[in-house]
Design a protein around this ligand. Structure first.
Ligand code: PLP
Length: 372
């Protein structure tokens, strides 16, 4: 049986056909969006349509969308803002944690949700006004953060809020205007657009210090000729993902069945964040005595692609800081895999995953008595 099953949408989602067409159409336009002639104006039109679609995905204002090279750049740009005190959650992506090495870390509860009492205390501490950075949903566990409460606490203390919505955008709704968010990071390849393009969306009246200086592109906020094919693909993917939000929600019962079957087979497995609100597509679980590396390799041989912990960048399996912040020990974290579903996932894919996982689990039981 040579079925190939892709269950690693949180690493990168397969490109949606709408996005691929939009990239191809943009590549066929000769002009530079800054040129005043007809081809330039055609390019500008495509760029601004894409900007509107990206803004619509998060209920933001299109003139406040700054196209970037991806979520990493958007996060770096957001956190370089002025001389504010930085408070970041311990579960943030490395592109936040490493962009703000001196930031104060905000603890997570064992269910993966940020500790709001700790946030209140940190905000009340003496010092400069703060910038709080909390992701809408975690890339490893899918745990969703209480953004409305976070913004309310921040506002009481005169703080700004940056939300990394790279992983949540297109999976659950985000209304940055209603939430009154100051900065929102997005990435096209997580929602069916091309890799290497993303955006930072600013709330009304917010500004950033440009990291790239040169021409006046992106309203002087990011110099350099725009990545028109990337932006066009991003815009098309954003529009398609917005339309497909109900389909994403319908993945939750499929994911829940997958987890019930894993637990029925292996009662010692731990599903991270199961007690908290989660993205409908994400499952992260550890299994005693079964390393993540072994699982990822055995599943790969069975034609199933999943991730070990957060394998976004290196492909190397390291214990996850997110699971650590939720109280997982190193062995538990090293045995965690992430299964993430998406727009092309079918029930048959989950059955295939479960059959392959059952085989590897039973084999490990036969060879190691410590397996759950
Ligand atoms: N933020 C989160 C939550 C992510 O999951 C990722 C990628 O996995 C990023 C940021 C980085 O985005 P990009 O790959 O577009 O640089």
């Amino acid at each position: 049986m040579s079925r190939s099953v892709y269950l690693d949408y949180n690493a990168t989602a397969p490109v949606r056909p709408e996005a691929a067409s939009a990239v191809a159409a943009a590549l066929a336009v000769a002009g530079n969006p800054s040129s005043v002639h007809a081809p330039g104006r055609a390019a500008r039109r495509l760029l601004e349509e894409a900007r509107e679609a990206v803004a619509a995905l998060v209920c933001g204002r299109s003139q406040e969308v700054i196209f970037t090279s991806g979520g990493t750049e958007a996060n770096n740009l957001a956190l370089s803002a002025g001389d504010r005190r930085l408070l970041v959650s311990a579960g943030e992506h490395d592109s936040v944690l490493r962009a703000a090495p001196g930031a104060t870390r905000l603890a997570l509860r064992p269910d993966g949700v940020v500790d709001l009492a700790a946030l209140r205390e940190l905000l009340a501490a003496e010092g400069r006004p703060a910038l709080v950075s909390v992701m809408q949903a975690n890339n490893e566990t899918g745990v969703i953060q209480p953004m409305a409460e976070i913004v309310a606490l921040a506002r009481e203390a005169g703080a700004l809020v940056h939300c990394d919505a790279v992983q949540s955008a297109g999976k659950i709704a985000l209304d940055m205007s209603a939430l009154d968010l100051d900065l929102v990071s997005l990435s096209a390849h997580k929602l069916g657009g091309p890799q290497g393009v993303g955006a930072l969306v600013l709330g009304p009246g917010r500004s950033i210090e440009p990291a790239l200086k040169g021409g006046g592109q992106e309203r002087g906020r990011r110099a350099g000729t725009e990545n028109l094919p990337g932006a066009a693909g991003f815009g098309a993917a954003a529009a398609a993902a917005l339309d497909a939000l109900p389909m994403m929600a319908a993945l939750a019962p499929i994911r829940d069945r997958l987890e019930s079957e894993v637990l029925a087979l292996s009662p010692g497995s731990r599903i991270f964040g199961r007690e908290a609100p989660r993205l409908p597509n994400t499952s992260c679980f550890s299994t005693p005595g079964l390393s993540a590396e072994t699982q990822v390799m055995a599943l790969d041989l069975a034609g199933v692609a999943v991730s070990a912990g957060s394998a976004c960048s290196s492909g190397k399996v390291q214990p996850s800081h997110v699971l650590g912040a939720m109280g997982a020990g190193p062995d538990e974290a090293r045995s965690a895999i992430r299964v993430s579903l998406g727009w092309q996932t079918q029930e048959a894919d989950i059955r295939h995953f479960l059959a392959a996982w059952r085989r590897l689990y039973e084999k490990s039981r036969a060879t190691s008595p410590t397996a759950a």
